[in-house]
Design a protein around this ligand. Structure first.
Ligand code: GTP
Length: 206
């Protein structure tokens, strides 16, 4: 299990496989410089960040899926740790932001889907919904995606959300973190909290 977290009332979870741009998004959201890099798997323990209000912590959870130099067993362990961490602190969880790479996500899901296999991101999305944490999928790197609507519809399909994707703007948020274009994510989070009856905390976040 991961090391202790700061004792805060509210927590935002940031999840996603390596190299999807979580560190870039964190830096954009918080203004903190965060280690970013080409090397997959840089983030291997939860990183906690102060954010917007003293009652709030933003937690960047380790990436999983392919990581250079990390064994299959270690990858599975990291995935289990992430899931246990979220379960443990779910009561504090305001929202979970699941970051995916818009250019690669469909191929990755399809490659890891079979009779006995569910892709990590699909599994994680279902898990977050089961735990009851409002979940927003931040579809990053949209600057590299040409067929935007088609791609987002495919993603909805893979996640079990009936299309078109525009119906899910509180859940599917296309962004380009690298260019600071994250409005869709902010409004999805706001919308989700509103639907969850948590207007009280919206003001703390934005
Ligand atoms: N084209 C494009 N590239 C991006 C975007 N956001 C991040 N990247 C690039 O994607 C790579 C990975 O970004 P990181 O922010 O380090 O990714 P990470 O998910 O934190 O990766 P780990 O630390 O390995 O977990 C870097 O080369 C970023 O510059 C984006 O919106 N568009």
């Amino acid at each position: 299990m991961f090391e202790s977290r700061p004792d805060r009332e509210y927590e935002i979870f940031l999840l996603g496989r390596s190299n999807v741009g979580k560190s870039t998004l964190m830096a954009e959201l918080t203004g903190h410089a965060v280690e970013t890099g080409q090397r997959p798997g840089v983030t291997q323990a939860p990183n906690h960040f102060d954010w917007t209000h003293p009652s709030m912590v933003l937690t960047d959870l380790p990436g999983f899926g392919f990581m250079a130099g990390v064994s299959e067993a270690d990858r599975e362990r990291i995935k289990t740790d992430v899931i246990q961490y979220v379960e443990r602190y779910a009561d504090h969880g305001l929202v979970a932001v699941l970051v995916v790479d818009g250019k690669a996500v469909i191929d990755i899901i399809d490659r890891h889907t079979g009779p006995d296999e569910v892709a990590h991101v699909v599994e994680l999305f279902a898990f977050l919904q089961d735990v009851g944490i409002p979940t927003v999928v931040a579809v990053n790197k949209m600057d590299k995606v040409d067929d935007r609507d088609e791609r987002l519809n495919e993603l909805c399909d893979r996640l079990g959300l009936p299309g078109p994707w525009q119906q899910w703007q509180d859940t599917i948020a296309p962004i380009t973190a690298k260019r600071g274009s994250i409005d869709a994510l902010e409004s999805a989070v706001r919308e989700h909290l509103h639907e969850a009856g948590r207007d009280d905390v919206i003001g703390l976040l934005f």
